[in-house]
Ligand binder design. Structure first.
Ligand code: 9MR
Length: 641
């Protein structure tokens, strides 16, 4: 295959990036600067006494909202939220009735408690399934007025009832100078190589995303360009998001059976809808984990204060959970390629022993309720057995862990994996790879140590995936920090590349530094302004870009046909009119042809299908054309041979 070498371009852009990084040093976008750059869309100093844009949080919230001249930052008045009786009571400002979805805004304000400020700015919204979600955006405490400084918010068109609100304590809260600024529309760099192209013939390149990422146009543009080889949900497919306590308890009450856990993918739906629509392969993360798994899952009657269940009951719960998980996932998303699954996560300590038994909150978050119930790590094998039994075809099964280069952990993981491999239960190992550059020479782990761990896992003959790669700098990074980070990333990527025959995917744990779980130490490849960092250039430096790369997870989006320059409502290929073109449409066309009486397409469905093969009349060739598009054999409709 013809290749073009990236060397020249890489070295000049790498140099440019190094020079650029001389300007900003913090990884999050500078908030003052951002809010100054943005367009102010709402601004309240409350001098006119108008507080009508703010409400309390529903019927059970006793907050009374007015203005006061007791204290203020600008002018002589501020908003007063009095009469609060619960910590979560407080003044709320609705976003989705005033602002645009998929657009980033900054919220700035001054906040003061009556005697002492102990407040939070939080956000709430309701999902398409009617569930209300809450998240804390920023905590503020101290004497007198505190500042909410350009906190970034955005939402998708699937969310309703989107509010930001102030809460905390039960004393009066005062607000002044509440400003909403629309962030300038961020452009991503289109003129840099796409990671998925650079590594197209080596391994899938992917990332992990959060619901917030989904509502940021620029973040998702980076995902589409670089990371559409694989996506992982940052949190929404973990047990605490999927297990539905109320439904578990209701099922138990109704049937007397507490071994059939009830689940819901409502938190993951925006993520999964995106992956389905854009045809992006998904890593399922994760089924069996000591963390982010509620303790009630291990208790009699699913009660918080219940007794621990027996090992037998837990095995039944585990099997039914894994069964329901895959059945529901594949029923809801038959077209998504769930190509990998972290069946068990983080079961071994760095010392190569099982975790201590206990509730997850005890002793930090290190204790394991699985060990509590099973007495040891004997829950691992049945987890893989059940996953093997119920996972869809093509979904490879992994054991996933962090610090996977610690000597005793390597021994424990290899011993476990060897046994599981002999029984045909495991396909690969996930090396999370949460790394730390520190100041360069004392990086943890060193590239050499990381490389040796890869050597050992490669010898096992199992597949390897790098599942959560990020490499932190320090809390106040300088230019030197970013240079050291780039060098370290390069070393790690070279080591990964040297093992590419054993590695099928490399997943970076997040897109932009400011949205990382370790945002304070800027661990990713793109900064808060969506710009590629030196680390980005360092990992592609010297790599050859295949001229016609095997595309990773590209979208099968049909072109809309036009009539005399006017766009029509026809979406070619969309037989069932769900706005997407996939195998379900192929089935609908075949059914329409085979049994018109029972399965006739609607008039719009017929219009969407008729010209797929470039000819009038719905025939098997229309179905074939749609199938070719879905299989990415062609890139648009109509398909005329
Ligand atoms: O990125 C996740 C972060 O948003 C959560 O707060 C955190 C809580 O455990 O989990 C993070 O993801 C973890 C992943 O699921 C497993 N490996 C470690 C990751 C970082 O903690």
């Amino acid at each position: 295959m013809k290749m073009k070498c990236f060397n020249k371009l890489a070295s000049c852009t790498f140099a440019a990036a190094m020079a650029l990084s001389a300007m900003p040093t913090a990884c999050a976008a500078d908030s003052e600067e951002n809010s100054a750059k943005g367009k102010t869309v709402y601004s309240f100093d409350f001098e006119d006494g108008d507080v009508s844009a703010f409400t309390n949080r529903g019927d059970n919230d006793t907050t009374v909202i007015s203005t006061t001249d007791e204290s203020s930052v600008s002018g002589s008045k501020s908003l007063l939220a009095s009469g609060r009786s619960k910590e979560w009571n407080g003044p709320a400002f609705q976003l989705d009735d005033k602002l645009e979805p998929y657009t980033e805004y900054y919220i700035s304000a001054k906040v003061k408690g009556k005697y002492y400020t102990n407040a939070m700015l939080s956000m709430q919204y309701t999902t398409a399934d009617g569930e209300t979600k809450y998240s804390n955006l920023v905590s503020l405490s101290g004497n007198d007025w505190q500042t909410v400084d350009s906190v970034k918010v955005s939402f998708t068109d699937e969310m309703t009832g989107v509010f930001v609100y102030f809460e905390g304590g039960t004393d009066d809260i005062l607000i002044d100078d509440f400003v909403v600024t629309q962030a300038p529309e961020a452009e991503i760099e289109q003129d840099i190589p796409a990671l998925k192209d650079v590594f197209a013939n080596d391994f899938k390149i992917g990332t992990a995303i959060t619901p917030n990422d989904l509502s940021s146009k620029a973040t998702m543009a980076l995902v589409e360009k670089h990371f559409s080889g694989s996506l992982t949900a940052g949190n929404e497919m973990k047990p605490d998001s999927v297990l539905n306590k109320a439904a578990c308890q209701a099922y138990f009450e109704e049937t007397g059976d507490d071994t059939v856990p009830q689940i819901s993918f409502s938190a993951a739906k925006p993520f999964l809808n995106y992956c389905q629509k854009n045809n992006i392969p998904v890593r399922v993360h994760t089924l069996v984990w000591h963390s982010q798994t509620p303790d009630w899952f291990f208790k009699e009657g699913y009660a918080d204060d219940g007794e621990w269940v027996s090992k037998e009951k837990m095995l039944a719960r585990m099997e039914n959970y894994i069964k329901a998980y895959f059945e529901e996932l594949t029923a809801l998303y038959p077209d998504i390629d769930f190509y990998a699954c972290d069946v068990v996560n983080e079961a071994w300590t760095d010392g190569g022993t099982p975790r201590d038994p206990g509730e997850q909150g005890q002793g930090g978050s290190q204790k394991s309720a699985w060990v509590q119930v099973f007495g040891d790590n004997s829950f691992i094998e049945p987890a893989f057995e059940f996953a093997r039994k119920y996972a869809p075809e093509g979904c490879k099964l992994y054991y996933n862990d962090f610090n996977e280069y610690m000597p005793q952990k390597i021994t424990a993981v290899i011993e476990m994996a060897t046994e599981l491999k002999e029984k045909g239960l495991i396909d690969g190992l996930g090396m999370q790879s949460h790394l730390d550059v520190r100041s360069g020479p004392d990086a943890f782990p060193s590239v050499d140590v990381y490389n040796k761990a890869l050597d050992k896992y490669a010898e096992l003959g199992l597949d390897i995936q790098i599942t959560e790669l990020d490499a932190t700098t320090n809390t106040n990074p300088t230019d030197e920090s970013f240079t050291a980070q780039a060098e370290y990333y390069k070393g790690i990527m070279d080591s990964i590349y040297a093992h590419k025959d054993n590695i099928s995917a490399v997943v970076i744990w997040g897109v932009t530094d400011d949205a990382s779980w370790r945002a304070d130490r800027c661990p990713l490849l793109f900064d808060g302004e969506y710009k590629a960092k030196p680390a980005f250039y360092s990992i592609i430096e010297g790599r050859e870009i295949p001229e016609q790369p095997t595309t990773q997870g590209t979208t099968a989006k049909p072109d809309k046909p036009t009539t005399g320059g006017e766009e029509t409502n026809v979406l070619l290929g969309d037989a069932n009119e769900d706005g997407e073109v996939n195998m379900a449409d192929v089935a609908s066309i075949i059914q329409h042809i085979g049994n018109h009486d029972a399965y006739a397409l609607s008039a719009q469905g017929e219009a969407n299908v008729d010209m797929c093969d470039g000819n009038a009349g719905i025939t098997g060739n229309d179905a074939l054309a749609v199938q070719l598009l879905v299989a990415k054999q062609i890139d648009k409709l109509p398909y005329v041979e």
